[in-house]
Design a protein. Structure first.
Length: 341
């Protein structure tokens, strides 16, 4: 009995010691994946587990935004704000205009530098210019630009008595003879008006435009001695030494085709009131000089605009020609325009 009790005590003691001793820790994944030291043998590539082709590993959910693969998440910059583009009359559609003016000024006529004429040829045209007539048509082109075609014409006639012999357009006139003069000016202008400042316009009321133009000016002048006889006692014409009927009329013309450059300023004082100032010109030394300018205050009523102001026009034809003319006309003027928009 005592022997059996001793055996039972020894078995229980051994079991208690076995249960109380800590178990060997299992190798973690970190220990397995840790790099081997220099003395360790390289890992066998065949020892890695093979993927089962029948059961591929499940795809991991992607953290990239839709439509992007392997690219960083870039945010597009915000769009620039859009400014309102306010167009005033004359900056869209087409328009037509007519005007009238009362020019003041008396051009002169003279012989050229190398004409070889011995008689005096310097005279001043007489008479007040008649009503000047003008017309224009404009086409809006792009953002606040425009193409404008305009025309202007005026004429004048008068008489004077010269104290010296004169040679005018090849016709000789004796002293103390009544001489009649007349001239006719025609001006046609093609003007491209380009908005230079401000840009963008937004809702500003000021405009500065550069003017790129081609201008055609034609000046016709004539002379006569209306009191000198050209008929004989029988009423028939008198004949000269050359066998031709005697006449004291002389007539000629000068033409200028020139580019002109300038600036145009517009200030819209209100929706219905516009202040406009334009000026352009061009000069070729000893050949021609051409410039004109105008200022007007314009009031709009619906599709119509009534304007009033002043215009100055200067021309000089080539002094290398046999004869030349020059003059400056200043004209108070009124205008009426119709706008399609």
């Amino acid at each position: 009995m005592k022997k059996s009790a001793m055996v039972l005590v020894c078995v229980l003691s051994w079991a208690y010691c076995a249960l109380a001793q800590p178990a060997e820790p299992a190798a973690s994944a970190v220990d397995v994946a840790a790099p081997a030291d220099a003395n360790s043998a390289p890992a066998d590539p065949q020892a890695s587990p093979q993927q089962d082709p029948q059961n591929p590993p499940a795809a991991q959910p992607s953290t990239q935004p839709p439509g992007q693969t392997g690219q960083p998440n870039i945010t597009a910059p915000p769009e620039l704000p859009k400014y309102p583009d306010v167009r005033m009359p004359g900056e869209s559609g087409i328009w037509l205009g007519v005007g009238g003016s009362e020019p003041t000024g008396q051009p002169i006529f003279d012989k050229g530098r190398a004409s070889g004429i011995t008689n005096n040829s310097l005279i001043t045209f007489q008479g007040r210019p008649k009503l000047g007539e003008s017309a224009e048509i404009g086409f809006a082109m792009g953002l606040h630009n425009a193409l404008v075609v305009s025309a202007f014409t005026t004429r004048a006639a008068g008489d004077f008595t010269s104290a010296t012999p004169l040679t005018l357009w090849g016709q000789n006139y004796d002293p103390n003879v009544l001489i009649s003069t007349d001239f006719h000016i025609q001006d046609v202008k093609f003007s491209f008006e380009y908005l230079t400042w401000p840009y963008p316009v937004e809702s500003r009321r000021f405009r500065l435009k550069t003017l790129w133009q081609v201008q055609y000016v034609n000046v016709v002048s004539g002379f006569d001695a209306p009191l000198l006889p050209i008929t004989g006692p029988s009423g028939g014409p008198l004949y000269g030494a050359n066998g031709q009927p005697i006449t004291y009329q002389a007539k000629g013309s000068h033409a200028i085709i020139s580019p002109t450059l300038g600036l145009g300023v517009a200030e819209y004082l209100s929706k219905y009131v516009r202040l406009q100032i334009d000026g352009s010109g061009f000069a070729f030394p000893h050949r021609w000089t051409l410039w004109d300018s105008d200022a007007s205050l314009n009031l709009r009523f619906g599709h119509f605009e009534l304007g009033g102001g002043v215009r100055a026009f200067h021309f000089k034809t080539s002094t290398h020609a046999l004869y030349y003319m020059r003059g400056t006309l200043i004209s108070p003027q009124v205008s009426l325009r119709w706008y399609s928009k």
